[in-house]
Design a protein around this ligand. Sequence first.
Ligand code: ADP
Ligand code: MG
Length: 705
Amino acid sequence: MNLTLATKIVDLPGVRAEHAMKLELLGVHNLGQLMVHLPHRYEWIRAQSGLADLEPGVIGSAVGEVTATKISGFGRKARFQAVLSDETGRLDLVFFNQAFLAKKIHAGMFLRVQGKPAKHGPGLQMSNAQFTIIPFDEVEQLDPNQDDEYRPVYPATEGLTSQQIHGIILRVLDQACLLLEDHLSDEYRQTRAVPSLRDAYRMIHAPETEEDVLSARRRLAYDELLMLQLGVHMKRAHLRRTLKAPPLPRTPEINERILSRMPFALTDSQQRVVDEISRDLAIETPTNRLVQGDVGSGKTVVALDAMLLAIAHGHQAALMAPTELLAEQHFLSMTEMLKGSSVSVELLTGSMPGADRERVVSKIACGECDLVIGTHSLVSESVAFHSLAVAVIDEQHRFGVEQRAMLRVKGSQSKSSEHEAETPHVIVMTATPIPRTIGLTIFGDLDISTIDKLPPGRTPVITKHVTPEQRSTVYHWVNEKIKSGDQVFIVVSAIEPGGKSDGSIRDLRSLMRELEGGELNDVHIAALHGRLKRDTREHIMHRFRAGKIDCLIATTVIEVGVDIPNATVMVIEDADRFGLAQLHQLRGRVGRGDKPGVCVLIGNPKTEDGIARLRAMVETNSGFELSEKDLEIRGAGDVFGTRQSGAPPFKVADPFKEFELLEMARRDAADWISNSPTLDRQADILARRRLLKAHGQWLGLGDVG
Ligand code: ADP
Ligand code: MG
C-alpha cells in the first residue's frame, strides 16, 4: 500500500481498529500526526536475565508476572502491593498513595518495572516503581536475552500503552520518513550541524543512543524557533514595505516647546530612550518600539514627548491604558502639564455616558482633538482618527498582540485614498520586564529601548513578609505612619466576603469594618474598587491625592500606573494569592516620591510557589530579577501560554535554555527574509507553507506577499 502523510491511522498496516480509536482520542488521526506524536521521555531498558539479578540500591529494570496483589491501609495512607515473579525469583512492589492501581494491575499480568530495589526481609522490595504493563500479545515476544535498549515513552491513554504506540510507529517509520520533505537544503543543514527531517524523526522515534535523541531534538527545536522568527521577520518586512507613517523630525523649535512642558529634567536613561524614539519617528518607516522600564522609572514622560512631537507636526496622538483608572490618571496629569497650551486633550473610556462618548468620537474624527487618552475602547470600530501619527500602548503586558495590530490599523483609516497605507508610529510600554529571551522570541518584530535607571532621589522600597497573626501590629504601625504624615494603600484580593467560608481571605468590606472599629479608627479611610462609578472613583483619587484621605483600601485596580508620591506604605493582604508580576507592580505604587517606601506582605502561603514568590519579593527590588525568578517558578510554557504573547507554545524548543539555538534561528531568519522577503522563491516554497500553517493566523500573515 502507498502511504501518504494523510493516510488514516486505521488504514496503516497492522493497526487494530480499537487502537486507532484510542489514538484519535490523543488527537492523532493520520500518519503525519503520528509522526509528530513525540515521546515525552526515554528510558533505558537494560539487559536483564531475571529478577534474581536485581541488586539492592542499584537502579535496575526487570520483567515479571504479577502473582499476587493487595491493598493495605485506609484513605490517604492506603498503599497497593504486588508480587512480581519469574523463574529466577521474586520482587515485592509497593506503591504508596496509589490504591487506584488495584484497578489497573491484576494477577496474571506481565509488568516491566524500573526503580531502585531495597532489602526487605529475605528478598527485595521496589517502592513506587515506574512500570509499564506489557500487553498479552507481546508477552511471547519478550526476549530474556535482549540487549540494552533506549526506548521512547509516549503520551499514552487508557487502553493504549506507550509500547503499543511505539510498535505502531516502528512498523511505518521507514516509509513515513521517506515521505518527509525537508525545507532546509543539505548545505544549509550541514553548516548548522542539524540533521535532516528524515533522520530527525527516525532518531526521535527509534534512537539507538541518547545522542540520537539530542540531535533529533535539536533539529526539531531549531525548526520551531526558525519558523516563528521567519514569521515575525516576514511580518516586519511587510509592514516596512507597505506601510508609511508620517515623518516627524524634531526641529530645535519643536524641541524647545516640548521641553518647556516637562516638569523635571529627564534622566540620562530617559533622554537616551527619547533620542532612540526621535530617530525612529523622524522617518516614514513605521516605528514599532517597546519601551521597558521598571515600575516608577518614568515611562510616562517619554511617551508624552513622542506624542507631543506628533501634535507639533499637526497630527494626532493616542495613549491606550489597560484600566479606566489609569486612563483617568494619565488624562488628569497630562491635562495639568498641558494647561495653557493649544493642545486639546480628551478622555475616552467604556464607562462614559453615550453622549459624552459621541462628542469625543466626533472630535477625534474631525481632528479637533489632538491627544486622546483612553482604554481599549480606542480601538473600537466607531473610533476613526483624522490623522493619527503616534499611538502609545501603556502597560503592554495587559494587552495582546491583536490590540497592537488594531491600533496600527487606526492610522490607515484616518486618511483618504491618497495615503492608503498611512499608519501611526506605535510605541508600547511595559513595566513587566520581558526577559530578553522572550523579548527576542515573541517581540522579535519590535525594537527595544530600556529605561534602566530610576529618577534621582528614590530610596528602594523595603519589603517585609509577616504572618496573619502579626496583622494587628502591622496596622498599629500603619496608624503611626499616618500620624506622621504618610499615606497608605491596603490591597485585598476580594471585595465581598465569600468563596472561602473559613474566613481565611480578607475581603475589602470586612477589613474596612474591622480597621474602622479598631487600629485605624481615628484616620480617614476610603475604599476603591472597579465596581465604583467613574465619578466616585475620580473623586476618591482626587481626595487621596490632595491628602484628605489617609488610607485607601483597594482591590488591584490600583495595580498599574497609580502615581501618588506621598504614599509610602503598601500593605498587601493574602499576598500569596497574587502573582509575582502583580506584587511587584503593586509595590511600585509606593516609594515614588523622596520618602522611602515600605511594602508589607501579609500571608500564610501554603504552596511552594507561594512561598517562593514572597521570598523573591523580599529579596529583590529589581523587576528584571523578579521576572527571571517568575519564569523559574512558573516555567516557560506558562509564560508563553498567557496573554503576554498570544503566541503558541513550543513542543520541543525551550528558548530559555536553548538560547544559542534561538540566536542562531533569529540570525538565520533575518538573513533569509532579507534575501527573500515573502519567501516566494522556488526553494522557499516548502518553508513558506509550513510557516503560514504554524503562525500565519496569529501573526496576521494572510495578507503578506
Ligand atoms: P512608570 O515608568 O511606572 O510609568 P511614571 O512615568 O509614572 O513611571 O513616573 C513615576 C514617577 O516619577 C512620577 O511621579 C513622575 O512624575 C516621576 N518622574 C519621572 N521622571 C522623572 C525625572 N526625570 N525626574 C524626577 N521625577 C521623575
Ligand atoms: Mg506608567
